[in-house]
Write a protein that binds this ligand. Structure first.
Ligand SMILES: N[C@@H](CCC(=O)N[C@@H](CS)C(=O)NCC(=O)O)C(=O)O
Length: 358
């Protein structure tokens, strides 16, 4: 049996079961809510994966008098190329033409010990520019890990140390660590400095479709693959797999009638769906046991994934080697020896048939 990734000593001191403790334990005498410290610990008693909500939820606004005004050069996006949630945000930086106004850096793909003093495993920065292609040391704050950024931003933070992190260089704090909100800010609030300001991925006439579609796609697909992969009992896994493939069948049908998920215009929903689809055959099929069908067995979804990959800027957000090294190498409860499967190496830059809808 493999030990939990992070077990602070005071869990047992307060007589809490580790399962309860890591999910969300209230310690009455001190009124502390202790949250899960890693996705691997977010487990209900029934063995189902339960994702906890992000904590930093401030908004950058175009209004210069706001606490976090949209200014060029002020914000930094910390990502991992491996992470689908962070990759959504990076995709927005690229396709909205914001990557000169908002800087970004990536951590190393494999989780490592974040401190000598405990067992937490998480995102760390390389120690030099050459250690890891695509990752660089943290020149802004000199942090060794993403965990240190959370500790700089808050002295009593007790949640997970996740990417993405949208960092304010001026106030030296985390503005927001929730990708679904970060992409909304990038879509609208920086248009006075965005190189591709005309691209609106959340236009008023599509908002109802986008919100409704995001909801079932998040539950069944984006988060659904994690529910399959992190389930610790057969029942929750069976349920998640069924939901996942029902939802993929539904996508296949929709994409047989139109180019994108909300009509013939690229929208937020497509970027959110893409980051999961691009990882599907290479990782989720094997690592998260999502193997009822592979994506390349869905012709519309496969061609749609290629179509979005070929949107200018998108391919630079996909580092498949880092994606595979992260998943297969960072979850020892699922893949104890960290072996990385070779296939299937799909070429997403090959021709697709989606122009038939335009
Ligand atoms: N709700 C967050 C989820 C972010 C998230 O779960 N990121 C993962 C990487 S894909 C992470 O950093 N996990 C660290 C951990 O579980 O310790 C968002 O969408 O921004």
């Amino acid at each position: 049996m493999i030990a939990p990734r992070f077990k602070p000593n005071f869990a047992s001191a307060f007589g809490l079961s580790s399962n309860l403790f890591v999910r969300c334990a209230r310690i009455p005498s001190q009124n502390i809510i202790q949250m899960a410290r890693s996705a691997l610990d977010e487990m209900s008693d029934s063995g189902a994966f339960l994702r906890t909500a992000s904590t930093f939820r401030n908004f950058i606004l175009r209004d210069p008098s706001s606490q976090f005004p949209a200014e060029s050069g002020r914000y930094h996006l910390y990502i991992s190329y491996a992470c689908p949630w962070a990759s959504r945000c990076l995709a927005y930086l690229k396709i909205k033409g914001l990557d000169k106004a908002i800087s970004f850096t990536s951590v190393k793909p494999r989780w490592e010990r974040t401190k000598e003093s405990d067992e937490h495993m998480g995102w760390v920065f390389p120690s030099s520019d050459t250690e890891e292609p695509g990752a660089v040391p943290d020149s802004l704050n000199g942090a060794k890990s993403i965990r240190e950024l959370y500790e700089l931003a808050s002295t009593n933070y007790s949640g997970k140390f996740t990417v993405p992190v949208l960092w304010d260089k001026k106030l030296k704090t985390i503005v927001n660590n929730e990708s679904s909100e970060i992409i909304r800010m990038f879509n609208t609030e920086f248009n006075h400095i965005a190189e591709n300001a005309a691209l609106d991925l959340y236009p008023p006439h599509l908002q109802t479709c986008i919100d409704e579609t995001n909801e079932w796609i998040y539950d069944a697909i984006n988060n659904g693959v994690y529910k399959c992969g992190f389930a610790r009992k057969q029942g929750p896994y069976d349920e998640a797999v069924k939901k996942l493939f029902d939802a993929l069948d539904k996508c296949e049908e929709i994409l047989g009638k139109q180019r994108y998920m909300c009509g013939n215009t690229l929208s937020e929903t497509d970027i959110r769906l893409f980051v999961t689809l691009i990882r599907f055959d290479e990782v989720y099929v094997v690592h998260f046991k999502c193997n009822q069908k592979q994506l390349h067995e869905y012709p519309n979804i496969l061609n749609y994934t290629k179509d979005i990959y070929q949107v200018p800027g998108m391919s630079s957000t996909v580092h498949m080697e880092q994606i595979k090294r992260h998943y297969y190498g960072s979850h020892p409860t699922i893949n104890p020896f960290g072996i990385i499967p070779h296939g299937p190496n799909i070429d997403y830059s090959s021709p697709h048939d989606r122009e038939r809808f335009s």
